[in-house]
Design a protein around this ligand. Structure first.
Ligand SMILES: C[S@@+](CC[C@H](N)C(=O)[O-])C[C@H]1O[C@@H](n2cnc3c(N)ncnc32)[C@H](O)[C@@H]1O
Length: 357
């Protein structure tokens, strides 16, 4: 009896439903802000449960909109939630919710892509990286338009322990278009294995929680939606700077269906491509005829380490971008001018295909 009494203390008092609020404020979904609302509280409760216990937790919610998920977060016992919403039309409805939960809901009218997530809560909720995750969660029914750049930004922050990871191994419970969710969780050898799978999985444990059918949203999106839970690893599986890992992985996956050496070759200028690719593959002890989707994370780690080793001897390779060189080549051909004429950086620091290695 006592337990249920306690449970009742953090539940919201009766107030208009989310649907009633939408009608009250005449809130029509804006396509350019990827607004697809979840109005079924059973579903929002289920999504929030995937984060684990929120009792006395701190939560950042991305894009609360009319506040369905926000209600579930508060009903689950969160001590304080900061919600970041770009569309000002939702602020009055969120204020009603904040009044119903005094001191527990802070509303930020802003853009999640620029909001400083290292500053919202006091530092006293931080936990050392090696310990259990802090009582801080990021939860969101993400707008499709920003979900991929956002997760990449957070993965980079995770690797640098900045932003929301300044507090420790902050966990995330997020929605993605089903296809993106499948890529994020795809294992070695599967059809959906991609750059995103490797970038997420070398830094965290990614759990596929459940799928929400498109028809559960208002308005209904074209696709189903996957709910994923991320826990940052104490020790990332690849211990090199994020940008370096990203560069190698991007190159490997640029020719998904070909042998992996095809993409790796493009890490180096033409003049030394064959020699350095062979050196990198041998050093990493990886079969060059494997397809990118067949590579395990330890194999990708070995390749990134081998590339880092080569760049230690020749740091100019870090600046080399095959696609940029291709664009310059095309431009110089079109205008009948030397490639140097289009370069921002002096030719001496930009290894070109013609320069000897
Ligand atoms: C898919 S809706 C989810 C709304 C609500 N959480 C729900 O589940 O019903 C995405 C929300 O994110 C907001 N949004 C879109 N882009 C944003 C951004 N860059 N920063 C913050 N909020 C954003 C939209 O206005 C919208 O309210």
């Amino acid at each position: 009896m006592a337990a249920s009494g306690k449970l009742a203390s953090f539940r919201l008092p009766p107030m208009p439903t989310v649907s009633e609020l939408i009608k009250l404020y005449n809130l029509r979904a804006e396509k350019h802000l990827s607004q697809n609302f979840l109005l079924d509280m059973k579903l929002t409760d289920k999504l929030v449960r995937q984060a684990g216990s929120l009792k006395d937790a701190h939560v950042y919610e991305v894009g609360p909109g009319p506040g369905g998920l926000t209600r579930s977060i508060l009903n689950a016992g969160a001590k304080e939630a900061i919600v970041v919403e770009k569309d000002s039309r939702f602020i009055p409805g969120l204020k009603l919710l904040s009044e119903a939960a005094p001191g527990r809901l802070r509303i930020v009218h802003g853009d999640i892509l620029t909001y400083r997530m290292d500053r919202g809560f006091l530092q006293n909720i931080s936990k050392p990286w090696e310990e259990d995750p802090p009582d801080l969660h990021i939860i969101g029914n993400l707008p499709f338009s920003v979900s991929t750049p956002l997760i990449i930004k957070w993965l980079e922050s995770m690797s640098n322990r900045t932003g929301p990871f300044n507090y420790g191994r902050t966990r995330l419970t997020l929605t993605f278009q089903r296809e993106v969710a499948e890529r994020l969780t795809a294992s070695t050898g599967s059809k959906q294995r991609s750059r995103l799978s490797v970038m997420a999985q070398y830094l965290c444990t990614v759990r596929n929680c459940f799928t929400i059918p498109g028809r559960a949203f208002v308005p209904k999106p074209e696709v189903d939606v996957g709910v994923l839970h991320f826990t940052p690893l104490v020790q990332p599986q690849i211990q090199q700077p994020f940008k370096l890992v990203e560069k190698v992985v991007r190159n490997i996956f640029q020719f998904r269906r070909k042998h992996c050496h095809k993409g790796i070759e493009k890490l180096f200028p033409e003049a030394c491509r064959a020699k350095l690719t062979q050196e990198m593959m041998q050093k990493a002890d990886v079969d060059p005829t494997l397809r990118p989707t067949e590579l395990t994370i330890p194999q990708i780690k070995a390749l990134v380490d081998a590339y880092a080793h080569i760049c230690n001897h020749e740091p100019n390779f870090l600046n080399y971008e095959f696609r940029e060189e291709l664009q310059l080549k095309n431009l110089s051909k079109q205008r009948n001018m030397p490639m140097d004429a289009f370069m921002d950086t002096p030719a001496s620091t930009q290894p070109s295909s013609q320069q000897p290695c």
